[in-house]
Structure formats: structure tokens, C-alpha cells
Design a protein around this ligand. Structure first.
Ligand code: GAR
Length: 187
């Protein structure tokens, strides 16, 4: 069976991107890595795996619409069907949402709707709650507000530091995200 073509958008280290690449018999082929950060660690990972990258700087464009139109064109040109956000720290605008309706998925390190936005792990840790989690959801115009596909709770232990909590959350992410992607693609 031929694999479904996908793009990953990432701004950071790329451990979730790496988790997808490490899967056996993953049903999609990641053919493009899009990043808004020239120095992002994820770019090195893409290069090591021979995956094409598209790196842009938002300030070089006059609008979100302008850079998203260019991204959408690249995605279509490569026959990409799905977009997976993995630590992409920008809101997706109407241009990409319309081009890929129902095909853009995000992972967020909290049990949404709790702790949306930046530093969700730090937010949960500072709030002193006993439980946080991981959410995989479809993207809409809002900040981490799209329809939820799957969630998993992660306990915050009495002796946790932000770092130990982050490690446990990321371990869940690296298992959950590829699993949900498999299910979405095989539907
Ligand atoms: C992940 O924990 C992901 O859930 C989070 O960024 C991290 C990226 O790590 N995303 C968000 O906070 C989106 N709002 P990675 O670069 O090692 O995959």
C-alpha cells in the first residue's frame, strides 16, 4: 500500500517529529518539514533523514496570509494530504485552514481546555494541580481550541520538578501522537 504524504510543522527540538520517524511501518511518509525558526533543532533531524525543509521567517512577509499561501503551495506541489503540528508555535490562519480543512492536527502538552497556549507544562506545574495531560486535536482558528481527538491524563507527583514532569509528558506524547495519526489515516 502506498503511503499517505504528510508534512510536519515544528519550531523547536523536534522530539515528536523524531518519534514519528522512529515508528515501524508508519502509514505516512513525511515529505516536508516546515519551520519558522532558522535555528530549530528539528531542522538538523530533518536533514539527517533526508527530509526536505521549508524554513521561513514571518517578518520577511507582509502578512500571515502571504507566508501561508507560499506554504500551501509547497504542500500542494508535493501532494501532501495531512499536516501534523509538532511544537509549531504559531496560530494557523484561514489560508492554510481552508486549503487543508480537517487535515491539520496538533499535539498540546496539557489536558485541554486547561492550560492552552505557551508553556503549558509550566502553567500546570505552577498552578499546583495534581493532574495534567496530553491532547491531540484538530486545528481551528483559536489557540488550542479545535475538536479534540484523544486525550491522556498525566499525574503531577509530589516530588516532580518541571523537568521530570516534562519528561513524563513527552513520553506520553511520543507514544500517543503516532498512534492517533495511524488511526486517522487508516480511517
Ligand atoms: C511538545 O511538548 C508539544 O506538545 C508542544 O511543544 C513541544 C515540542 O517539543 N506544543 C505546544 O505547546 C503547542 N501549543 P518537540 O519539539 O520536542 O516535539
Amino acid at each position: 500500500m502506498s503511503k499517505v504524504k504528510a508534512a510536519v510543522f515544528a519550531s523547536g527540538t523536534g522530539s515528536n517529529f523524531q518519534a514519528m520517524l522512529d515508528e515501524d511501518d508508519f502509514p505516512c511518509e513525511i515529505v516536508l518539514l516546515v519551520s519558522d525558526q532558522e535555528q530549530a533543532g528539528v531542522l538538523k533531524k530533518a536533514m539527517q533523514h533526508g527530509i526536505e525543509t521549508f524554513v521561513f521567517s514571518a517578518k520577511d512577509y507582509e502578512s500571515k496570509e502571504a507566508y501561508e499561501a507560499e506554504i500551501a503551495e509547497q504542500l500542494k506541489r508535493k501532494g501532501i494530504e495531512w499536516v501534523f503540528l509538532a511544537g509549531y508555535m504559531r496560530l494557523i490562519g484561514p489560508t492554510l485552514l481552508q486549503a487543508y480543512e480537517g487535515k491539520i492536527v496538533n499535539i498540546h502538552p496539557s489536558y485541554l481546555p486547561a492550560f492552552p497556549g505557551k508553556d503549558a507544562i509550566g502553567q500546570a506545574f505552577e498552578a499546583g494541580v495534581r493532574q495534567t495531560g496530553v491532547t491531540v486535536h484538530f486545528i481551528d482558528e483559536g489557540m488550542d481550541t479545535g475538536p479534540i481527538i484523544r486525550q491522556e491524563a498525566v499525574s503531577i507527583l509530589a516530588n516532580d520538578t518541571k523537568e521530570t514532569l516534562q519528561k513524563r509528558i513527552q513520553k506520553v506524547e511520543h507514544r500517543l501522537y503516532p498512534q492517533v495519526i495511524r488511526e486517522l489515516i487508516q480511517k
